[in-house]
Design a protein around this ligand. Structure first.
Ligand SMILES: Nc1ncnc2c1ncn2[C@@H]1O[C@H](COP(=O)(O)OP(=O)(O)OP(=O)(O)O)[C@@H](O)[C@H]1O
Ligand SMILES: [Mg+2]
Length: 285
């Protein structure tokens, strides 16, 4: 069992009379498998994405309903350390999760705290991969926003969690680092079967990397399915103000302009090109 939400409601504030509660998450029913998923959580600002992500490693707990993480129902008595070891959460704002006085101490905190074998080896390997090896002796509070984000991500990856939740991990990263990070996550997903959940506003990321998309709107899950299905639902894309990835936008435009029947659901330039050649070739035969 992975992460299961059943009829979960959540409010940050519960008035004494328990009337007029403003639920930020409403009747959430979700099943996230322990292995192999690559999910994007999308939705406009304030729709509840970060709140939902923080439930996924029991950082906050439901106001009502049942949350089950890796076989444990979350309540006041649940032991949280094993859950935090297995479900890593990278915060939207990295400064919230960094507290040691050097980068090295910070990225070693998780692996040491969870009693991993060779904590230093793993952490330094990930630091190398994330391109922060030259920052190890710096104080995190002297770093740039992008550097700080890389440190926060390294700290979580260093604990080698089974499930990884990343809240807008690519914000503030340069294009090279962004691609490296996403390719690395893809590798963790494909080679090590890790479940990865990314919160993002970037539909290019969804198009290129993601298997399953969950759309939140005003605290409700309004879509849960494949990206292909999502991008084919024009009403839904419009209603929730979601952008199409560039390849789909171009193919839709061409399809209309040339009045041809292109399969617009292509997720790489190469696939889009082949689709154009296929259809235009046919048309000219
Ligand atoms: N600590 C808090 N106390 C009270 N209300 C909060 C708190 N954190 C978030 N909220 C409110 O809960 C709602 C959902 O916020 P959340 O941060 O989960 O949205 P989000 O989808 O992650 O938004 P964004 O895309 O801007 O990061 C918003 O209305 C927000 O104002
Ligand atoms: Mg957020």
């Amino acid at each position: 069992m992975g992460i299961n939400f059943s009829k979960v409601n959540f409010s940050y504030y519960i008035p004494r009379k328990k009337q007029n509660i403003r639920f930020v998450l409403k009747d959430i029913n979700l099943n996230i498998a322990k292995e192999g998923e690559f999910i994007a959580l999308v939705g406009h600002t304030g729709s509840g994405k970060s709140t939902l992500a923080q439930h996924m490693n029991a950082l906050i707990t439901p106001t009502s309903g049942t949350l089950n993480i890796l076989g444990s129902v979350i309540n006041k008595k649940t032991k949280l350390k094993p859950i935090r070891r297995k479900v890593g959460l990278v915060f939207q704002f990295p400064e919230y999760q960094i507290f040691e006085d050097t980068v090295k101490k910070d990225i070693l905190f998780g692996p040491k705290n969870f009693g991993l074998e060779n904590p230093e080896e793993k952490a330094l390997e990930i630091a190398e991969k994330m391109g922060i090896s030259d920052l190890l002796n710096r104080s995190p509070f002297t770093l740039s926003g992008g550097q700080l984000r890389k440190v926060a991500i390294t700290g979580i990856l260093a604990s080698d969690p089974d499930i990884l939740i990343l809240d807008e991990p690519t914000v503030g990263l340069d294009p090279f680092t962004k691609t490296e990070l996403l390719d690395f996550l893809k590798q963790l997903n494909e080679e090590f079967n890790k479940t990865i959940v990314i919160i993002t506003h970037d539909m290019e990321v969804v198009s290129k990397y993601i298997k399953r998309v969950i759309v939140l709107n005003d605290g409700n899950v309004v879509f849960d399915g494949s990206k292909k299905e999502l991008f084919s639902k024009e009403n839904l894309m419009e209603e929730y103000n979601l952008d199409y990835p560039e390849t789909i936008r171009i193919l839709k435009h061409l399809s209309k302009r040339l009045n041809v029947n292109l399969d617009v659901n292509q997720h790489s330039i190469k696939a889009a090109y082949e689709e154009i050649v296929r259809v235009l070739g046919e048309k000219h035969e």
